[in-house]
Design a protein around this ligand. Sequence first.
Ligand code: PLP
Length: 480
Amino acid sequence: REWYGMVVNPVTGTVDQRETEALRRTRRQGEDTMIDGRMIQHLWTHKTQDHPWLSDEELVIDRAEGVWVWTQNGKKLLDGFAGLAVVNVGHGRREIAEAIAEQTVRLAYYPTTRQFSNRPAAELAAKLATLAPGDLTYSMFAVSGSEANERAMQIARHYWLATGKPGKYKVISLQGGYHGATAGTFAVCGLPQMVEAYAPLQVPGFAKVTPPHPYRDRGAGTDEELVQRCAAGLREAIVREGPDTVSAVILEPILSSGGIIIPPLGWLRAVRAICDDLEVLMIADEVITGFGRTGRWFAVEHESVVPDLMSVAKGITSGYVPLSATIARRHLADAFPADSKQENVHPNTYAAHPVACAAGLANLRIMEQDRLVENAEAMGARLVEGLRGALKTRAIVGEVRGRGLLAAVELIEPDGSGRPLDAKRVADLDRKAWDRGAILYARGSVLRFAPPLCITAAEVDELVGIAADSIEALERDIAG
Ligand code: PLP
């Protein structure tokens, strides 16, 4: 029994010192971690994101383990989006924490400019060379996914300069594509509302082409015809721009921010063939799809395609420390002789940060030991089948789609028109899922799923149950 902050044995009436100390420790931790709204106001994100349904204090995430997160108020939630499709190995892995601690004490920082290197960076680059498809064997590290894409476009540009084609600089991308939040990546962003404000800052002349979106654009034809149509559009765009001016095509194998648009298999092969034919480099943005998310180490493997450059981030460390990489094929690297004294792409201060690379190595060891790529394939199939089964009679569900543990429910108006469901209605699903114990990500007309790859069958079933229940509740609300 508690008496003035002490734990008292109710029979003997004596103070239990050990229990009292434990109670005080818990209280102290609680006090340490309670964040109030006034502090949160200083976070800029507070100004840019609306929290329409809960107070800021209720949205403070305090700790996490596996696929579960807890708010500072103690609410437990299933993390259905792995943060931002980042935490592939799951939360709270002590092995990564220990690797970070050891490396921090041994060598926390040293630059990789002026030919310096460090052990974890070299080991990770060598490891990536074995994991990445084909001869993608040279890694340039950076910090964020945006930077990895900046570097990819810069490497492409330098490659053309080095090979005597200085007129090639344009980068073609996909409508609906997202590659980061920097000025360079905004120039290839296919989400117009996001980049509108920066139009005057952008490099002009970067064409955007339509990706194959089967659910919306297949029509009465086949997937193959859709791929051919979009491939013809890409070829025309490059020819219109002038292949002598086009450096690269950048694309996500699955367009994530654009609404988990999953092009049919055959699309990447078609893009590869066009790039080869017109002498344009292919950059695969695997920032979300990389490191097992789609049930393969990299999504391009579903089609046995080897891009010239591949950008990775997020799952490379599962977010324990920020890290990204641009991985280049041998022929690109060969354009820059090893004895060259001239810098090409300029690395940033934190390129190949030893602690981040140590975290990456520990993360990849877990991915391999726990066979998380295989688990993503199996659990992804279970998730999609489960959602399809649970949602088949829902009038507001147009389609359930997924590849590995990247999945989506496309929501439509219940009037049979097939029109996308009003985004404000769709956004209600975030709250409904939260109330039922899961964090999902509802945006536009799409409810998105990307849980940690360590998710178990029982947890998948729980996620399906919460999503199905939330969608049913939304349908009832709409029906009035
Ligand atoms: N590329 C893709 C496909 C992404 O989804 C993202 C972020 O979500 C990025 C690039 C940008 O990565 P970062 O936010 O780490 O800069």
